[in-house]
Design a protein around this ligand. Structure first.
Ligand SMILES: *[C@@H]1O[C@H](CO)[C@@H](O)[C@H](O)[C@H]1NC(C)=O
Ligand SMILES: *[C@@H]1O[C@H](CO)[C@@H](O)[C@H](O)[C@H]1NC(C)=O
Ligand SMILES: *[C@@H]1O[C@H](CO)[C@@H](O)[C@H](O)[C@H]1NC(C)=O
Ligand SMILES: *[C@@H]1O[C@H](CO)[C@@H](O)[C@H](O)[C@H]1NC(C)=O
Ligand SMILES: *[C@@H]1O[C@H](CO)[C@@H](O)[C@H](O)[C@H]1NC(C)=O
Ligand SMILES: *[C@@H]1O[C@H](CO)[C@@H](O)[C@H](O)[C@H]1NC(C)=O
Ligand SMILES: *[C@@H]1O[C@H](CO)[C@@H](O)[C@H](O)[C@H]1NC(C)=O
Length: 798
């Protein structure tokens, strides 16, 4: 059936309920629901809006009722049945009820209340929304499939081309969630490995909802449950944006916030790179043939047509299969499980042997059964839709011929040559690309900009970003005079400038040489300039000429946050608690945008008070985003970096120690910033000699001793809503926890600020430097060492 769409809306406004004076949550056989009356669940969370999804009743005559044989039916103006609930059995005495979960159920009144005994339930026929407790997947006993289908467009609720659901080839393969566009796969979640979907690293234990995946002979489904009544969160398929979003209601602002949307980037597009290729975000090009493979058609590949994918350098030779082995690739989304096989009682050794013994086996992986993993999986035929994750995903062992493995042992000379050749081929491919491009653009070349087309030529036409001439910038800044200098950032000095027409701007003169060529740098700048959010400083243009690289930003007369929060007089005068909270929330939002809402998924890597600018209305705007990426050669792999960028005092322990940057290291810096805004003290400058503490250490000590409010800047106390401040301190401490995986994501942080959801207890922060009583000398000296090195490095920072 499924023609009827019960769009069950969450009513968040009590006023709405007041107007529905005769709201009831159920109807019995003698009653019916007509235009003007409605069903409201007993706790007021849900209200029934019924319509036939593709064939609406045009007038007001529709009537939803239980007919004399106990069926739920919808009648039109002619009293003829236009829809009925396909109940599993016919029962005389039934009732319809809208439950507090949002489920509309038809049940036998003589029977109990247990959910298994519903004659029919709307949760079996989802439209575009998955509510908590709804099952997405299959009932293998009845063959019922519950999946989502997006609206055709924003006006037409009829199912459009996008659908989402769990697919399963058979019980001996991994189940996966697929997003379909028409008949074609559009995105997939990656196989369920017993713990999570391999391609959905964002799906982790979180404070908002718990989730589980049931996979047995009777049922296969995904389901989530909200952790708290105070948070409303749903999963919606949006046909307009072609995304599957998690929407969370932010009561304070009365908006739905979308996050964890998929597809999240280029590499999420199903099969973008073709068979056996790996999609690596941040690489250029994004599609790469793994070791042991080469492009099937190098010509097409070099023209960025990756559809044919990669083939083996040398075919597998089955006769010598005993000599063949595997190469392990890490942090992958596992291949499409369509041609795979799973055995959940096989360990990794047996798994390897199983793959080795079958010549058509291409790869295997194994996730530890003892930890809840689903054991051994092997793949046959081409490996489809693989991608790399910076800090998530799984290992995949891909079979290699013996000769390939030998070669690998042979040393690096050969590899060097191959890389050289490949680079040359790619490079010439790019030249051809540019030539064609030049020819095309030459015709419409317009030169509104001032001069300097000599060196870079027509490559600049590609930019939507205005290019400024160096002489314009120089004269607007009095030749970069000290009087015009606004400050010195991590990447170079910033000057104020005024154009001939009076427009003011700030220009950052990048001092570091970038590891990239001109084109890559321009590319990067253009992409970063496209990031626009009300909590990000806007990039107005750039100037790249020979050795000079400058970014032109909108001018913020109020300068940066550190000028206020660390200056008691100014802070007291201009930043009361509501403003500070507004600033904290704005920074969180801007960072969330960088991390997951923008197309690029930027890690800021140098978030600190001096990088948060304030506009006329004291709205915060993050600056210097993308610079780390721009200046370290497009590195966004969240892995280790060649050069450590960032400011000690804000830098997460894993970055200072190992150069490991991730979104969670930004979360750490954000946590520091929150504590600084509340305390009015710098993490790096504040040092409590009594307790041998820096700001985080002090905050942690006060928290443990149950006196967190002592952290608040003294004068602030008067203007504070103490419960909100307390919450902020707790969120700040959660953000600076030592282990990155313990820290919340920015999406969670935004929700924590915007709702009353219960917060976890923070664990010990990074750089906790307390001399613990009774701690052994080793322990003490090692903690001191960390802090000492931090203070030393600090001078080097900003
Ligand atoms: C309802 O309206 C649509 C378009 O306005 C029309 O095509 C359809 O025939 C109407 N249906 C009925 C039953 O009047
Ligand atoms: C009630 O509705 C069901 C489904 O349309 C139908 O099969 C049944 O005959 C109806 N009963 C009566 C008495 O009309
Ligand atoms: C209702 O009945 C009238 C008369 O039989 C018919 O003309 C009309 O098309 C019917 N309407 C619908 C929506 O079936
Ligand atoms: C069903 O549950 C409701 C509320 O929980 C209760 O009032 C009612 O008596 C129950 N009915 C049966 C048949 O158990
Ligand atoms: C889809 O997204 C657009 C743009 O964000 C939004 O306006 C629209 O309401 C969304 N539709 C649904 C069904 O959520
Ligand atoms: C799975 O592996 C176990 C242990 O190796 C074996 O006993 C079992 O038969 C296998 N199951 C299937 C379906 O191959
Ligand atoms: C290898 O695996 C394929 C696919 O499951 C199967 O059809 C074939 O019989 C297997 N071959 C051997 C030798 O086990």
């Amino acid at each position: 059936m499924g023609g009827l769409c019960f769009l069950v809306l969450r009513t968040c406004l009590l006023s709405l309920l007041v107007t529905v004076s005769f709201a009831v949550d159920s109807i019995s056989p003698s009653q019916s629901i007509r235009e003007g009356s409605t069903l409201v669940s007993s706790d007021g969370s849900f209200e029934l809006v019924s319509s036939v999804r593709c064939n609406p009743i045009n007038d007001t005559s529709g009537e939803l009722m239980i007919n004399s044989t106990g069926n739920l039916v919808l009648l039109n103006q002619n009293k003829s049945v236009v829809w009925w609930a396909s109940s599993v059995k016919s029962v005389q005495s039934t009732m319809v009820q809208l439950l507090d979960s949002g489920n509309l159920v038809l049940r036998d009144v003589t029977d109990g209340n247990s959910s298994g005994s519903y004659l029919w339930q709307s949760f079996d026929y989802p439209c575009d929304t998955l509510l908590q407790e709804m099952k997405m997947g299959w009932d293998l006993r009845t063959g019922l499939k519950r999946g989502l289908s997006a609206w055709k467009n924003s006006e037409d609720p009829c199912p459009g081309e996008f659908t989402y659901g769990i697919e399963m080839v058979d019980l001996h393969a991994y189940p996966e969630a697929y997003f379909w566009k028409g008949g074609a796969k559009y995105y997939r979640s990656g196989p369920w490995n017993g713990l999570r979907f391999s391609g959905a690293p964002d799906l982790r234990p979180n404070p908002i909802y718990s989730f589980h995946f049931v996979y047995n002979d009777d049922e296969v489904y995904y389901m989530y449950n909200l952790q708290s009544k105070s948070v409303i969160s749903i999963m919606v398929l949006n046909g307009t944006t072609s995304t599957r979003d998690r929407l969370t209601w932010i009561e304070a602002e009365k908006i739905w916030m979308a996050y964890a949307s998929v597809p999240r980037d280029f590499c999420d597009k199903y099969g973008l790179c073709g068979a056996n290729a790996n999609c690596i975000p941040g690489e250029s090009p994004v599609c790469q043939c793994p070791q042991g493979f080469k492009p099937k058609s190098p010509e097409k590949w070099n023209l960025m047509d990756w559809s044919l994918g990669c083939v083996r350098n040398r075919p597998l030779n089955c006769e010598e299969s005993d000599k063949a082995g595997f190469v392990k690739f890490t942090n992958l989304k596992l291949p499409d499980s369509t041609h795979s096989w799973v055995n959940n009682s096989m360990n990794i050794k047996d798994c390897r042997a199983k793959c080795l013994n079958n010549c058509s086996c291409m790869a295997y992986t194994s996730s530890d059964i003892r930890e809840g993993g689903s054991g051994c999986a092997i793949w046959f035929g081409d490996l489809l839709d693989i991608r790399k994750f910076p800090d998530a995903g799984q290992d995949l062992c891909i079979r290699m011929s013996a000769s390939e493995l030998e070669e690998e042992d042979d040393g690096k000379v050969k590899t060097g040559i191959i890389v050289g050749v490949v680079t040359a081929v790619v490079f010439s491919g790019m030249l051809i690309g540019y030539y064609v491009y030049k020819r095309r653009t030459k015709l419409k070349e317009t030169d509104k900009r001032e001069g300097n087309q000599k060196n870079e030529g027509s490559q600049k036409e590609d930019l939507e970003l205005p290019l400024f001439n160096i002489s314009t910038i120089a004269s607007a800044t009095d030749n970069f005079s000290d009087d015009m200098k606004l400050g010195e950032g991590g990447f170079g000095p910033v000057y104020r400038g005024t154009l001939a027409d009076g427009q003011e701007f700030a220009v950052k003169r990048l001092s570091r040489s970038s590891g990239q060529g001109f084109n890559e740098l321009m590319n990067e700048i253009t992409m970063i300039a496209k990031l626009q959010h009300r909590n990000l400083v806007k990039i107005l243009g750039c100037c790249v000429q020979e050795e000079e690289k400058m970014l032109i930003y909108e001018y913020m007369p109020n300068r940066s946050l550190d000028n206020f929060i660390f200056d008691q007089t100014r802070g007291e005068l201009l930043l009361d608690w509501p403003k500070r909270f507004h600033i904290i929330c704005g920074i969180a939002r801007g960072l969330l945008y960088l991390h997951q809402d923008s197309r690029l998924r930027i890690i800021h890597r140098d978030l600190k008070a001096s990088n948060v600018l304030l506009d006329d209305d004291m709205n915060p705007k993050i600056s210097d985003f993308g610079l780390a990426r721009m200046l370290t050669g497009g590195d966004q792999t969240e892995g280790s970096t060649r050069r450590v960028v960032g400011t000690y005092g804000y830098m997460a322990p894993e970055c200072a120690a190992d150069g490991l940057f991730s979104v969670k290291s930004d979360v750490f810096s954000f946590g520091i910033l929150v504590l600084e805004v509340i305390s009015g003290r710098r993490n790096k400058g504040f040092y409590d000699s009594d307790h041998n503490h820096n700001l985080i250490g002090n905050a942690w000590r006060l928290w443990k001793e149950g006196r967190p409010l002592e952290l608040i800047d003294t004068w602030l106390e008067n203007s504070c809503n103490l419960s909100v401040v307390l919450r902020c301190i707790q969120v700040g401490l959660l953000c600076v926890q030592h282990h990155p995986e313990d820290r919340p994501s920015m999406a969670s942080v935004v929700i924590m600020f915007g709702s009353e959801i219960a917060l976890a207890q923070p664990k010990q922060p990074g750089y906790f430097t307390e001399k613990e009583h009774g701690a052994g000398p080793d322990n003490e000296s090692s903690t001191n060492e960390i802090s000492t090195s931090l203070w030393t490095l600090d001078k080097d920072g900003l």
